[in-house]
Design a protein around this ligand. Sequence first.
Ligand SMILES: NC(=O)c1ccc[n+]([C@@H]2O[C@H](COP(=O)([O-])OP(=O)(O)OC[C@H]3O[C@@H](n4cnc5c(N)ncnc54)[C@H](OP(=O)(O)O)[C@@H]3O)[C@@H](O)[C@H]2O)c1
Length: 276
Amino acid sequence: MITGATSGVGKAAAMALAGSENELILIARNEKKGEAVKREILNLYPFTKVSLLLGDLSLMKDIRKVARQFQNKFESLDVLINCAGLVSSDRVETSEGIEQTLAVNYLSHYLLSNLLLPELKKSNQGRIINVASLIPPIAKVNFDDLNSEKNYNGIKAYLQSKAADVMFTYDLAEELKHTNMTVNAVHPGVVKTNLGVNTSKGFLYLFVKFSEKFLAITPEKSAKRIVYLATDPGLSKITGKYFKGGKKPVATNSFSNNPENRKKLLELTKLFIGQN
Ligand SMILES: NC(=O)c1ccc[n+]([C@@H]2O[C@H](COP(=O)([O-])OP(=O)(O)OC[C@H]3O[C@@H](n4cnc5c(N)ncnc54)[C@H](OP(=O)(O)O)[C@@H]3O)[C@@H](O)[C@H]2O)c1
């Protein structure tokens, strides 16, 4: 299962995984885009089994709906790739009252993973892959204003959501340590995708434009990082790690490794999810 399968890294990962015997479940918010990716896959690999489930992952009710639809149709899940994400110059609040970066980049990963644990458990070796980002020292969770209501900064909101992704990866790995399931996070690299479409001003705009022009790799190259984590037999017991492009995991910043911070995040997360 791949979220964010209609564009960029998620789409490239879906295309890369489609060539083998994998059955794919694409998650998309836009039916037309989802159907187009499905068609592209079937044109290239006519015998691939591919399903499309629709949901807006900024809404907890839609995430629950996607999980239910999956559970009604499938018995087990081998790999969940939480790839949907965004960065935005402006603060946008969902109809459930959650700032959209937090909702899509972090809460959707957290909630979908937790809802699908029973099916991942039924796999021989269920894997969760959280597509994070770079986690520099300034990537922190603002516990006083997780929802960016007092103050919104697109870069901070993005880095917060990605720090939260790796913190949740570490916690969930701890929770699952006596099971056959693994959960890891990955930085996909700086990649030329549609990620910058909602960045129209300020430093964020300049950073995105500069990165696209001088630093970015292709989605296909980036997808190799995800395919590695999804399929490499050598990783069957590697869990609670963060990968940045190499075969070996690397450490993230001290904030994300602090157990007190992770506990606070988990408490706040449960409040947010519980309300919706
Ligand atoms: N590109 C980079 O340099 C870079 C660097 C670090 C991390 N990342 C991470 O890589 C992941 C993939 O991003 P990308 O670069 O491939 O960007 P992208 O081309 O913009 O793809 C983002 C995907 O997320 C989906 N999405 C966004 N909001 C959604 C929502 N509310 N509900 C359901 N799906 C939603 C998009 O759907 P639509 O097609 O409908 O818009 C799209 O499929 C993200 O988590 C991003 O943070 C990217």
